[in-house]
Design a binder for this molecule. Structure first.
Ligand code: AMP
Ligand code: MG
Length: 531
């Protein structure tokens, strides 16, 4: 591999520089002891083809449109070329998968290229996903298919524009090669188009990075990695000490609480909240079989691998995050040697999540006083109503902003307002309507006692209740087209999802509820880890 001189970017590969490498440089699957990463090159691909790139992410990296449209860009972000300054590596981590310790996992199909330092001095780590095997690939191929790559690309950007902390995605590129996947692990392997996504984030450090070192009793290395993380990702906490370790874990807990409030706000279900998929920075990371709530159902998970247990269902996400933080606390205990600060930080997760969630829910309803008993009761009753009949979460909240707080509830306009949110008209019994009417009466009286004018309430609600989310079936339609070499819908969705809170009348069709055909279609209502 050669590096080309035409485009120059400043790289600062701190992870490679500061942390110990694997002494073995040959690329074969193995347990990697006493090292945070292994040097490994992406595998060459035969015919890379750009599907889409995200202009905003390119701008973060000071990449010009000329560069992004160049052949070189496609070669680099498919893994065929290195830019000067790139030092590819795969990192070493472990994790709890579905509640069980899984030992070494690592970047089995992710290859880090290095960290760009942009003109503002920000650090942005670049990581290819699907660029071939690494020492951490275990029994898998290190590759990714187009469908999961498009899903990661679009969802990363959609989440960012929704205001949810997330890693970003620069590009999605077809490799020109096929990848064999048995999508539902039921003996139907198929050749699918392969692709590579370039993800971008301040860092890709996961809870599992620390867990693996603690599990192996590699205490010197654990301390090194924690000190490194403090220096690079949490520099405001100051030099490493047992006090800063405690403050750091506290901040991780609070960031994670904020992340979970945001997921619950927009109806995002991660699908695989294993501890190796938890970012130390509180970012959404590793988009696999994620999904968006269509009808509000706390027990829903898109992940067929979790179909029995529903461990990672929407409603369980906050408690799973707490459990995951507990695993991280266990890993950090040998450094702190005191339980108390760890318990306190975990308690902060709970209090920040609860307060944040109450405030978020109140804002979704356009109410200010989230602690008032009447507001809390109103929210609880709404959550019960939303599951009584299949109710599209996104449409329901969005339309609530148009509720006229001075309307005479006897005139039924409130019914017309929410009607488009329901999936099954037959479920709308007289009992249901009367209970919903009671709810609207309580809601109306709370709105009337607040001093907020209706227009301000609507504007505020529309900043937290998106009009556009990456509905599962929309992503699948874009994938169906992309698999036939038509990338227009990927690009169009990227465009719509740039402004998820804006009315975009030309894209109204992307705000519609899931059509009936998508109810049971693979990729629309259920996904597997196979990607
Ligand atoms: P995930 O469920 O995607 O978070 O992946 C769990 C672990 O499996 C991580 O270590 C991944 O790097 C690894 N992995 C997932 N898919 C592949 C693949 N196709 N090839 C190699 N490693 C993989
Ligand atoms: Mg993962």
């Amino acid at each position: 591999m050669s590096s080309l001189p035409n485009f120059h970017f400043q790289f600062d590969n701190a992870f490679v520089r500061e942390l110990p490498p694997d002494a073995e440089v040959r690329n074969y699957r193995r347990q990697v002891l006493g090292a945070c990463y292994s040097k490994v090159l992406p595998t060459r691909v035969s015919a890379p083809q750009l599907v889409a790139y995200a202009d905003e992410v390119a701008q973060l990296l000071d990449f010009s449109p000329d560069f992004c449209r160049s052949g070189l860009f496609t070669e680099v972000f498919a893994g065929n070329q290195l830019l000067e300054g790139m030092e590819p590596y795969a990192s070493n981590y472990g994790g709890h998968q579905f509640g069980h310790w899984a030992g070494q996992l690592g970047d089995g199909r992710a290859i880090n290229l290095g960290d760009v330092i942009n003109r503002q001095g920000q650090r942005w780590a670049l990581q290819l996903k699907g660029a071939g095997p690494t020492p951490y690939s275990r029994n898998a191929d290190g590759l990714a298919v187009l469908r999961s790559s498009v899903r990661e690309f679009l969802c990363s950007e959609a989440m960012h524009h929704l205001g949810v902390p997330t890693t970003r995605a620069l590009s999605v590129i077809l490799t020109g090669e096929t990848v064999i996947r048995d999508m539902f692990y039921n003996g139907n392997p198929q050749a699918e188009p392969g692709a590579v996504v370039c993800r971008v984030g301040p860092s890709f450090t996961r809870f599992g990075h620390f867990q693996l070192l603690a599990a192996r009793d590699e205490m010197g290395l654990l301390k090194k990695l924690v000190d490194y993380t403090l220096q690079i990702d949490f520099p405001h906490l100051g030099p490493p000490s047992r006090e800063t370790y405690a403050q750091w874990f506290d901040e991780v807990c609070i960031r994670t609480a904020k992340l979970l409030v945001e997921w619950q706000r927009v109806g995002f279900v991660h699908g695989v909240m294993n501890t190796d998929n938890m970012s130390i920075l509180g970012l959404t990371i590793d988009y696999g079989p994620y999904g968006w709530l269509e009808n509000f159902d706390p027990d829903w998970t898109p992940n067929t691998t979790d179909a029995q247990e529903h461990r990672y269902a929407y409603g369980k996400q906050p408690s799973i995050a707490y459990w995951n933080l507990g695993q991280l606390a266990n890993a950090l205990f040998p450094l702190l040697r005191r339980e108390e600060p760890l318990h306190e930080a975990m308690a902060h997760f709970v209090s920040h999540f609860e307060q944040g969630w109450n405030a978020m829910m109140a804002q979704k309803l356009g109410l200010q006083e989230s602690d008032a008993l009447a507001v809390v009761e109103l929210i609880q009753e709404l959550l019960k109503l939303l599951v009584l009949v299949e109710t599209d979460m996104t449409i329901f909240y969005r339309r609530l902003a148009d509720f006229d707080q001075d309307t005479d509830l006897n005139d039924q306009t409130w019914r017309e307002l929410v009607l488009p949110a329901y999936y099954v008209p037959d479920q709308l019994s007289a009992d249901y309507w009367s209970r919903l009417e009671q709810w609207f009466r309580r809601y109306q009286s709370l709105l009337q006692t607040s001093a907020t004018p209706q227009s301000a309430r609507k504007a505020s609600m529309n900043t937290v209740n998106p009009k556009y989310v990456l509905r599962n079936y929309l992503a699948q339609l874009a994938i169906d087209k992309a698999e036939k070499q038509d990338f227009s819908m990927v690009q169009e969705l990227l465009q719509v999802l740039r402004q998820p809170y804006a009315e975009q009348p030309e894209y109204e069709r992307y705000a519609e509820k899931r059509p009936e055909w998508a109810r049971h279609r693979a990729g629309c209502s259920m996904l597997s880890c196979s990607s």
